[in-house]
Design a protein around this ligand. Sequence first.
Ligand code: M6R
Length: 632
Amino acid sequence: MCGIVGYIGTQTATEILLSGLEKLEYRGYDSAGIATIWEGDVNCVRAKGKLHNLRSKLEQVETHAQIGIGHTRWATHGKPEEYNAHPHMDAAMRVAVVVNGIIENYSELREELKQKGYQFRSDTDVEVIPHLIADFFKHSPASVPFSPSLFLEAVRDTVKKLRGAFAIALISADYPDELIVVRQQAPIVIGFGQGEFFCASDTPAIISYTRAVLPLDNGEIARLTPLGVEVYNFAGERLKKQPRLLNLNPMMVEKQGFKHFMLKEIYEQPGVVRACLDAYFNADWNVSDSTNSPVKLGLSADIYSDLEQIQIVACGTSWHAAIVGKYLLEQLAGIPTQVHYASEFRYAPTPLTPNTLTIGVTQSGETADTLAALAMEKERRQGKEPKYQARLLGITNRPESTLGQMIFHIINTLAGIEIGVAATKTFVAQLMAFYALALDLAYLRQSISPTRLQEIINGLRQIPGEIEATLEKQEHYIEQLAHEFAETKDFIFLGRGINYPIALEGALKLKEISYIHAEGYPAGEMKHGPIALLDAKVPVVAIATPGSVYEKVISNAQEAKARDSRLIGVTPVNDGEAAEIFNDLIPVSKVDELLSPILTVIPLQLLAYHIAARRGLDVDQPRNLAKSVTVE
Ligand code: M6R
């Protein structure tokens, strides 16, 4: 995934582009570049690595350009070198292009262009675009009837030749008052200011300048000039579109005194859980209320009726939330549920089952594998008899995303924008969505008693306060503990039952931001092989919450201790065997076992954060990662 931004107006473009790119750096940071039009030429400056490298280079360039485009890259085609950085230009250096996405048929286009004598300077798929535009100009008439601009026509002609998923922004020195923007299955929004217009892959890039935005739909091209915005479809027909006002405050995309976005986002979790409780649960419901439902997700009968099976597709942290979801859907609602990695499901789908709900979980709503798995499911069920037809539900933090446009039924996870690449608050919000869904189904199917339902909902209402207590009481201790592990090479995380996915999530958090090798295991599996890894140098974090598997986890932890591992317990129990075996004990509040994952994940997020911070790493932008992965 990459980030693109564009500006046309009356202010100096460079600073606006750089500040936009800063907000988009979470999308990729292998290289960055901007191109502006100044004194009749395109000025293009690019730098390998993070944005500050580009900033330093730009200090030597004086320009008062009022139009420009910028890009921050997560490398797909071609190494993260300056020559592969966007913007890419044609041979005459008149057209500059930035792209987020992939041009799937670039090799054939590249070959055709080479045959025509065009020379390539990069290894990217994107470079075909400026050459195709130059080629159009070479053979085009001076104008095209009914078209406001030849540049627009050149772009329209070019995008019709491209296959793939992309968002593009383009400028040309020969059309200095036009910024052209294209969307085909990769997000891009247009921002409307006072005599100035913007485009960006994501709204945080422009929220400091305007809250009036228009997300482009697939197959649309926008022409931005100092006088306004026109939107066309790929056939060249003008479309009527209205901007809408964003409910986003610029402060949401600032660190607000925290050292990193990740820490800020960890601390936002009590508020996120409160927002979900307010949105998902009926505050007035009680056990004797037989007319109202306790849950108000607003999902219609076509999702729920005659439901026999649920299958969930997701990636990364969202996949971990889905495994907690499986546990809840099976244990509370009694519905057999399968969880698939979206990237696997695409190529090895399960045989078609009747009356099946397919849930896609993706915080960004842009993960290519998850979107493709859902699209495949929709397609293969098309035209089948009613019970085999697709029922799709999306759980996302970005309802305006591609997922939101593709699926009608959405649960919005209400975590607010998450900037840190490592997901924290969006994970907890996904768990809340699963609690609401499982309880809604349990209520409708009467698979648990109203008293038990009330007990769980009451327990959920205590969670924000319990997270606050954990943060307040444990962060300092966890930070001290983290210092002792800054040089550790391997970590094991153990959990069982509903806390097994939390062990996986703890390991993923540590891996992705601290670069320490970590594995999460179901505690009972250790003895079947992984126990061979253990010795005094490999600490083991065990999640031991009272309930169905507490004693089992303690026994598994004992087995690790017997192999000299240092044992860190995440547990509400601080006496008896727990107090004896754990070398370090991170207390969490005692709650219903079913609710424990929302609490046990908090110390693991803090542990990963403090280890990475102690190692002096870039917590918010870990190497090789991007916030969401819009390529296969
Ligand atoms: O936007 P998504 O939830 O679809 O993203 C899925 C994964 O790429 C994501 O969870 C990734 O694993 C995060 N870096 C986890 O912290």
